[in-house]
Design a protein around this ligand. Structure first.
Ligand SMILES: [Zn+2]
Length: 333
């Protein structure tokens, strides 16, 4: 029910745009260099919490785990890893216990703490199909009626029958989909090319997170902040999302489901005024993924991979670059 879009088409646009802009600069400005903003604070958001369970294992054979606990466990490891790797940076989790925070509160929290990066940890949910199997038989009685004779001697005859009927057991079938994907907010709400991709719904049915947000996507306020996001944070969000996807696939050997844009429903990402990504670490409704996500090994690997991606991202964005994309040495300023 949510819409996801491969960012490729849009990105090629953006690239073209920047190519034109940068070549304009190259003509007039020889030694222009961007001064990169240092990353000082990273907000880690364990999805859901408290009364909001997020996805739940409901298929037959499930561990019965809840997304809110998985996201918290991975996030706590991620926070610890990041503090070890980046000791000079503030790593601030939105929650460290099983408490509920609305998406408004989470966004406000990130903004108030002046985050330079917002990383949401989630696990996917999907609508499961129902299966059934015969677990036994029982006798069922039924009656048939017929009439015999004619005229005044016509008689109604009711016969009792017994038949064997199967007893069925119904269950939820686990999804075969597994792997990690990363979501970013679609940059332009009214971009024609993005609209054209609306049919490319992956079928993810992730979070009711945003149901509490009550957003009017057509309001001038929403459009203004979406524009701000697209101008300032989209490219960086995409950059980080790509690094996370590559690193997670490499580190965990699990399927890389790619970076996806969502046009609506990622309110928490666009309300935070900083580059922001939402990582769907795996599927609670997949047999292997559920076990992986609940294991110490799985949680360690995912946290480690995200940490490495963030370290790489930090290096990339903090390395001064000339407008042509070549690194600028410190004495060339
Ligand atoms: Zn979630």
């Amino acid at each position: 029910m949510f819409e996801f879009h491969k960012p490729t088409l849009f990105l090629s646009n953006i690239k073209g745009f920047f190519l034109i802009i940068s070549s304009l600069f190259l003509i007039n400005v020889k030694s222009y260099s961007q001064v990169p903003k240092k990353i000082k604070t990273i907000i880690i958001d364990p999805g859901h919490g408290g009364s909001d369970n997020g996805a739940r294992g409901e298929y037959e054979g499930t561990l019965g785990s809840r997304e809110k606990n998985i996201t918290l466990a991975i996030s706590m490891k991620l926070v610890a890893d990041l503090r070890k790797e980046l000791p000079d940076i503030n790593i601030i989790p939105t929650r460290t216990t099983d408490v509920y925070m609305s998406v408004h509160e989470k966004a406000q929290f990130a903004n108030e703490h002046h985050g330079d990066l917002f990383v949401c940890i989630h696990a996917d949910a999907v609508q499961l199909k129902t299966g059934s199997r015969i677990v036994g038989y029982k006798n069922e009685t039924y009656h048939t009626t017929k009439y015999v004779g004619k005229g005044k001697s016509r008689k109604k005859v009711v016969t009792k029958h017994t038949r064997r009927v199967p007893i069925r057991h119904y269950y939820k079938i686990p999804t075969s989909r597994k792997g990690t994907s990363t979501l970013i907010l679609a940059a332009r709400q009214s971009d024609d090319k993005i609209k054209a991709l609306e049919d490319g719904d992956l079928g993810f049915n992730t979070d009711d997170d945003d149901s509490t947000a009550n957003i009017n996507y057509e309001s001038p306020e929403y459009k203004a902040s979406a524009l701000l996001y697209s101008q300032n944070y989209f490219r960086k969000s995409y950059q980080l999302a790509t690094l996370v996807q590559d690193q997670v696939a490499q580190e965990t050997g699990r399927p890389n489901l790619g970076v996806w844009q969502r046009r609506v429903g990622l309110w928490v990402l666009h309300a935070t005024q900083m580059p922001a990504i939402l990582i769907e670490t795996g599927f609670v409704a997949n047999y292997d993924d559920e076990r992986y996500l609940n294991s110490e090994k799985g949680q360690d690997e995912i946290a480690e991979a995200i940490t490495q991606a963030i370290v790489k991202y930090k290096k990339q964005v903090e390395t001064p670059k000339s407008i042509s994309g070549n690194p600028v040495t410190s004495d060339s300023k």
